[in-house]
Every structure is written in structure tokens, then in C-alpha cells.
Design a protein around this ligand. Structure first.
Ligand code: F3S
Length: 640
């Protein structure tokens, strides 16, 4: 039986293990990316490994998250990253050059290459047929140091696309439909590989929207074939030399399959507070809208903004709506500025933001109290917008723009003017904001402001773990819940002692205090614990506060890896009903931990309730060694 695209790339990069779904494998990584929010930590970790120069084919450091400079912290972090990059052989994309995934797709994506990035939406590059995976910062640091990336070989789900999208139905609606069908948990341990005759009807930026938001499925990654449309895109970016064709064998094996008839899709919206809470726009009804935000790594391409500009041209934004637009890159901004589309956007009354993540990461533009905000972004988790009472709907740029004019959620098919957009034959190419590293890194001095603090490193695992249940949380807890990100906290991404004060603060404002008072302990959680952003801080802050283990019904992939990397034991209930026999502040005791790590089973005693229950540990051999050592950095030192 033939091979699918994902396994062709995995096989070519395999350095350890048997390429069979569920089996632990290690793959060679060609390229890495970081953004500033996770990057400061990744580079501190790279420094801790004493590596002179990165060993990847290409590594790029972006600055796109923490852009507001209300104090010295963000500017200091940017300078730290810039100088680390210059010293260690890493390209540096200056603040203002754009959002990491948009710029990476434009300037660095390569069909057939492997990429890991310290950002969960790294799979955006799957739009050109790259195997692009979001990972924790430490995994990225290890890859930059020349180490392999360890995962369990995923299953591959073929997504058959039939037909062609109707007018005003967008790529965003395709991925929202996949989310409706598969849910935010349904993609765990899977790669979504797109196929079928509908693929060729989609441009690379449209494919990028789909692979980007595959992250919301909990998927390892998503990937499209590399075909003539990919070639056209790369040629227009002046990078046709890096193109290669990639397609699945005719008789390729897939573990699962879903089918979407593009012609039958209607405009969709993900309602509050989850990206899989999807319904057709026409059936949600014409709810009044206070804010519309267009941009983010999901929908900020040239094509997206040209469609938005065509809708806005000759119209005014409704008097009750604040419309904010953030182009995905300097290339996008410059192109719409030079062809006049930016003039149409400005004339409509939209507020134009800089080329960065902005409101997507809560950097400004928090909606008003009880505000309804339509966003073209990828996440609408509770509180992420910065306003707890706000209701966030995720929609396509078309739905967003038409609704901004009307002042209420509108099915964009009601807009009758033609908004067809062709991709340019040549994009404006100017890489002057991507700084090359120094020839001689030894001559570069790293600039380290006072916000750059040491990060916590665990110690070797003890054979008995005891402590209180510091918090008990429900299903689908996101890394935003564990370590909130907002404009006040983001500047402290390299300052774990400060950040840890806010750990779980949107759920339990006493968590940090209690963790310190009780000298650490355990977290008990429902299923899909740690979904969402890849942020390692959701493991580092608990580590700093003394958390020894997390007992959950199930874990999101990247967060579980981050826990292991930091020496925190991830355990799952053998019998999910045992979740109910633990209450907050119950004392837990786990003996024979070292043997349990080996055998994959531990017995937990709930001392307060005088009951015992069993938990499982689903760990690869390397994970076991990392946990025993107290995290990846200790493990790397031991193995040298
Ligand atoms: Fe930035 Fe939001 Fe994407 S924070 S990287 S635009 S998910």
C-alpha cells in the first residue's frame, strides 16, 4: 500500500523508531521558528545548552506578540532576542515585519521540509506541504542545538474536499466545518491531510488558513499537497527554487477519512467560548455587534485583506462598531498601501493596527463590558480578549467586513458586489527587516535587560510524591486558563517569578498563594487539559510554584510534552470516575514513583478521603528518562 504525504516526509526525516501510528519516533528538524512571547525562554534554554551556533538549515526568531512598549520590558526582550539571534546564527524578523506564521509562509516555507515552532499555529506552513508542528520552547531549543524532535507517530486523517466554494464562502468556513465535525479534542494524535479535487480550487493563503486552525482540533499538524498552485505562490514570492511537488501515492493508506462538499458549505461562526461551537451564520441570526477585528495568523494575508477592502470600498463602518484591522505582514501592508486598497479601508472608518498579533493575544482592543466581538482569529476562549464578559465569535473576513458595515452579524452572501481577488504574479519582496546573524558570533554581546530572569529547573524525580490538590478544574482547560496572557502579563514572559503570581488567576485567585503556602502539590483536571497555545509558561509557572504532578482525564499534546520537559508528572485516571473522589485541598500521596514511571501505572492515595485509585502514565522511553532526571535540560546534561 502506498504512502500519504505526511508519512513520506516523516520517513525521510526519521532518525529513531518505527514509523507506525502510536509508536514513539524521533525526526530530524530542518527549520525552527520562535516568536517573542515563547522565544525569550527558548533562547535562555538554548544558552543553557552551551551551543555556539544553531545546527538547523534555517532558524528564524520573530517578534510579533508583545509589541506594546508601555514599560521597558518588551523592548528589552526584543533586544535580547535580536542579540541572541545575531550571536547564534538565527535570522531575526524585526518587530513590525509581521506575524510569524504569515511571514514564514511568505518567505521561508518549503514543501517537504520539517519545521517545529514554539507556537501552536506553526502548522500554517503546512499550506505549502511542509510538515510543521507546534512545540514547547525547550523542544525548539533542542532542535536548534541539533537534537531530534520526539513524538508518537500520529494517525493520518484524509480530509476529502469535493467541489468548489460558493461565492462569499471562505477557507475559514472549511476549517470551522472540520472543527464542527471533529471538535477541539478530536484531532489529538492525528495529522489532517487534505486531498481531493477541491484542493486545487484553494490558493496557498487559503490553505494556510485551514492548516493554521487545525491547531484548534488539537492535531499534531495539517498538510496540503504541494502542487502547481503552490508553485505559483512560491514563484510570486521569488522562491520557486525551493518548490518541489508533493503528492500522496494513489493507493495511499489513511487511518481515517472525512469528506466535505465545498459547494454545500455556508458561512459559519464559532460561538463563545470555543472554536468548535460552530453554527451557520444565517441560523445564529442578526445579533448586534460592538467590535469587529480582522487579522491574526489565521486571516491576515494579502488575499484576505484585499477581499475586506473590496467589501469596505464605498461603505462606512456602522456607527456602533469599532472595526480594527491588522495586516499579517509588512509585505501585505505595503502591497495594499501601494495598490490603493488601504485607502478604501481607511476611508471606511476602520482602525488600522500594526502588522502583529495585537488583539488576538489581548494586546489592546479588549471589547467593552458585555461586548459582542466578531473576530477572524482562531481562538475565542473565555477571557482571551481581555474582557471577561465579552462574547467572541470567530468568522471569515467576508462575514466580519459585511457585519462591520451593517452593525450586526450578517451572512456575507447578502453582499452582492463582486469581490474576486487574484493573487499577484509577484509580491513585493523586501527582506530588509529580516536581519542576518553575525559571521562571527563570538563578537556579539547579548543584551540582557533586568526583565530577563533565570527560569526554574526541576530536580531529579523523588520516589514518593506528596502534596495537596491545589486546584480541581473541569474539561478543556486551556493554557490561557493556566497562565493567562494579557497586555499586563505578556511583558513578563522572561520573568517566571512575577508571572507565577497570576497562575490560574482567572479560575482561582488564591492558587499561587496556596501553592506557596502548601509548598506545591498537584493539579486535578478533566479531559483535554492544556489545550490551546503552546506556551511553556503553563508548565514553568506551576513548576516554580512547586507543582509535582497533574492528574487529568486526558491531556493536550503540546502541554503534556511541556510538563514532561519540565519534570512535572502527567498522569491520567485509569477510571475517569475517580475524578469525583478528589476535592480541592485533599492530601494525595504517591509511592514507588520511579517504578511506576517504568511500568506506566501508579497508585494514588487520597489520604483525606482514605481511598486509593490508579493512574496511567503514557510515556515513551525517552519521556521516562526525562521525568526521572527532572526535565529535559537535566536529561540533556546527563546524556552528554
Ligand atoms: Fe499571534 Fe494570535 Fe497567531 S497571538 S501567532 S496571531 S494565534
Amino acid at each position: 500500500m502506498g504512502e500519504n504525504i505526511a508519512y513520506k516526509i516523516l520517513r525521510k526525516h526519521l532518525v529513531e523508531g518505527e514509523l507506525k501510528a502510536g509508536q514513539p519516533i524521533a525526526i530530524k528538524i530542518d527549520q525552527t521558528l520562535t516568536q517573542d512571547s515563547t522565544g525569550t525562554m527558548a533562547y535562555l534554554q538554548l544558552e543553557a545548552m552551551n551551543i555556539k551556533k544553531v545546527k538547523t538549515k534555517r532558524s528564524v526568531a520573530f517578534v510579533d506578540h508583545n509589541m506594546l512598549q508601555q514599560g521597558f520590558e518588551n523592548a528589552d526582550d526584543h533586544k535580547f532576542i535580536q542579540t541572541v539571534a545575531e550571536k547564534h546564527g538565527i535570522l531575526f524578523s524585526k518587530p513590525g515585519n509581521g506575524i510569524c506564521h504569515q511571514v514564514f509562509l511568505e518567505r521561508f516555507s518549503c514543501p517537504g521540509d520539517t519545521l517545529i515552532g514554539s507556537d501552536s499555529h506553526t502548522p500554517t506552513a503546512g499550506g505549502v506541504g511542509m510538515l510543521a508542528i507546534g512545540a514547547g520552547g525547550l523542544d525548539v531549543a533542542v532542535a536548534m542545538a541539533g537534537g531530534a524532535y520526539h513524538i508518537n507517530a500520529p494517525k493520518v486523517c484524509r480530509v476529502n474536499l469535493h467541489g468548489k466554494l460558493q461565492r462569499m464562502v471562505a477557507a475559514k468556513d472549511i476549517i470551522l466545518e472540520v472543527l464542527r465535525q471533529v471538535t477541539v479534542k478530536g484531532g489529538v494524535g492525528r495529522i489532517f491531510e487534505y486531498a481531493g479535487e477541491g484542493v486545487k480550487t484553494l490558493s496557498v493563503p487559503q490553505r494556510g488558513t485551514i492548516t493554521n486552525m487545525g491547531a484548534e482540533l488539537g492535531a499534531t499538524t495539517s498538510i496540503f499537497p504541494s502542487d502547481e498552485r503552490t508553485f505559483e505562490y512560491m514563484k510570486a514570492q521569488g522562491r520557486e527554487a525551493e518548490w518541489q511537488e508533493l503528492k500522496a501515492d494513489d493507493d495511499a493508506f489513511y487511518d481515517e477519512e472525512i469528506t466535505i462538499d465545498l459547494g454545500k458549505l455556508k458561512p459559519l461562526a464559532a460561538k463563545p467560548d470555543s472554536p468548535d461551537n460552530v453554527e451557520e451564520v444565517e441560523s445564529i441570526g442578526k445579533i448586534k455587534v460592538d467590535q469587529v477585528a480582522i487579522g491574526s495568523c489565521t486571516n491576515s494575508s494579502y488575499e484576505d485583506l484585499m477581499r475586506v477592502a473590496k467589501i469596505l470600498k464605498g461603505h462606512k463602518v456602522n456607527k456602533n462598531v469599532s472595526l480594527v484591522i491588522a495586516p499579517g505582514s509588512r509585505q501585505v501592508m505595503e502591497m495594499i498601501a501601494r495598490n490603493g486598497a488601504l485607502g478604501d479601508i481607511i476611508s471606511s472608518g476602520a482602525r488600522v493596527l500594526e502588522n502583529a498579533c495585537g488583539p488576538c493575544i489581548g494586546m489592546g482592543q479588549a471589547p467593552g463590558t458585555n461586548g459582542i466581538s466578531l473576530r477572524t482569529f482562531n481562538r475565542n476562549f473565555y477571557g482571551r480578549s481581555g474582557t471577561l464578559s465579552a462574547k467572541i465569535y470567530l468568522v471569515s473576513p467576508e462575514t466580519a467586513a459585511v457585519s462591520a458595515i451593517n452593525g450586526y452579524l450578517t451572512d456575507p452572501r447578502e453582499f452582492e458586489e463582486d469581490i474576486t481577488v487574484e493573487l499577484p504574479e509577484k509580491f513585493i519582496i523586501d527582506d530588509s527587516m529580516i536581519l542576518k546573524p553575525a559571521e562571527d558570533g563570538d563578537k556579539v554581546e547579548i543584551v540582557r535587560g533586568p526583565n530577563i530572569k533565570e527560569f526554574p529547573i526541576n530536580s531529579a524525580l523523588k520516589n514518593t510524591l506528596t502534596g495537596k490538590t491545589l486546584i480541581k478544574v473541569e474539561d478543556n482547560i486551556t493554557t490561557d486558563h493556566i497562565m493567562p496572557s494579557n497586555s499586563k502579563l505578556l511583558p513578563f514572559r522572561s520573568n517566571i517569578p512575577h508571572l507565577s503570581k497570576y497562575c490560574f488567576s482567572t479560575i482561582d485567585s488564591e492558587f499561587s498563594k496556596n501553592a506557596k503556602k502548601f509548598n506545591g502539590g498537584f493539579i486535578v483536571a478533566g479531559s483535554n487539559y492544556g489545550q490551546g497555545s503552546s506556551r511553556e509558561h503553563a508548565a514553568l509557572a506551576p513548576l516554580y510554584l512547586g507543582v509535582k504532578g497533574v492528574i487529568a482525564k486526558s491531556f493536550a499534546r503540546i502541554h503534556k510534552a511541556n510538563l514532561i520537559n519540565n519534570g512535572i508528572v502527567p498522569m491520567t485516571f485509569e477510571n475517569e470516575a475517580d475524578y469525583d473522589i478528589i476535592d480541592k485541598f485533599d492530601d494525595l500521596e504517591i509511592d514507588n514513583v520511579l517504578d511506576g514511571i517504568e511500568n506506566g501505572i501508579l497508585v494514588v492515595k487520597n489520604v483525606s478521603k482514605d481511598k486509593t485509585f490508579t493512574v496511567k502514565l503514557d510515556l515513551a522511553e525517552r519521556d521516562k528518562a526525562i521525568l526521572r532526571a527532572g526535565g529535559t535540560l537535566n536529561y540533556a546534561k546527563e546524556s552528554r
